[in-house]
Design a protein around this ligand. Structure first.
Ligand SMILES: [Zn+2]
Length: 176
């Protein structure tokens, strides 16, 4: 418990340092509101994002300062998973992949659902894996399910609630 609090505090401070270095939050009431949400209701997501950021930086990724400034999202230049942009809390890895609006939906979802966000995503992953309800409406001619790889890539992943929502805003699930 104590160790968890210390690690959480350090990661929170790490987020604060990068928020300051990138001028992350916009000026005025909106910026204050975003900073307060990230430090309170959405704190579990902020801490998870900071851990993701530390991991990415340790692997040689770099913060995209121009992207991050006043955006409320810390951008990392490169993706962490090859070929994909990934967002954890207020941290987006992969800023040049043409999916910024899609990833912004995930940042918003984390702030809206706060401590419930990651558990809700996890529960949906598990349910979609063991009980593939999405087969009822999945377009099998456009993206066939033929093996475990396509089961997850075309089925489980894009049909989780947070991805259905984000893909409605921008992009299409991976075709192959
Ligand atoms: Zn997504």
């Amino acid at each position: 418990m104590v160790v968890g609090c210390v690690i959480g505090g350090l990661l929170g401070a790490f987020h604060g340092v990068w928020a300051w270095r990138t001028r992350l939050y916009p000026r005025g009431g909106r910026g204050v509101a975003l900073a307060v949400v990230d430090a309170t209701w959405s704190l579990p997501n902020t801490v998870a994002g900071a851990a993701f950021l530390a991991y990415a930086l340790a692997r040689g990724n770099r913060v995209d300062v121009a992207f991050s400034r006043h955006r409320g999202t810390i951008g990392l230049r490169d993706g962490v998973i090859k070929g994909f942009a990934t967002t954890v809390g207020p941290v987006q890895a992969g800023t040049a992949m043409g999916v910024d609006d899609h990833e912004a939906v995930h940042v918003l979802q984390a702030r809206l659902f706060g401590p419930l966000y990651l558990p809700l995503v996890l529960v949906n992953w598990v349910v979609a894996t063991v009980l593939p309800y999405w087969l009822l409406y999945h377009d099998r001619s456009a993206s066939p399910i033929t093996d475990p790889r396509t089961y997850f890539r075309h089925g489980v992943y894009p049909h989780c609630w947070h991805e259905e929502w984000a893909y409605r805003r921008q992009g299409t699930p991976p075709p192959t």
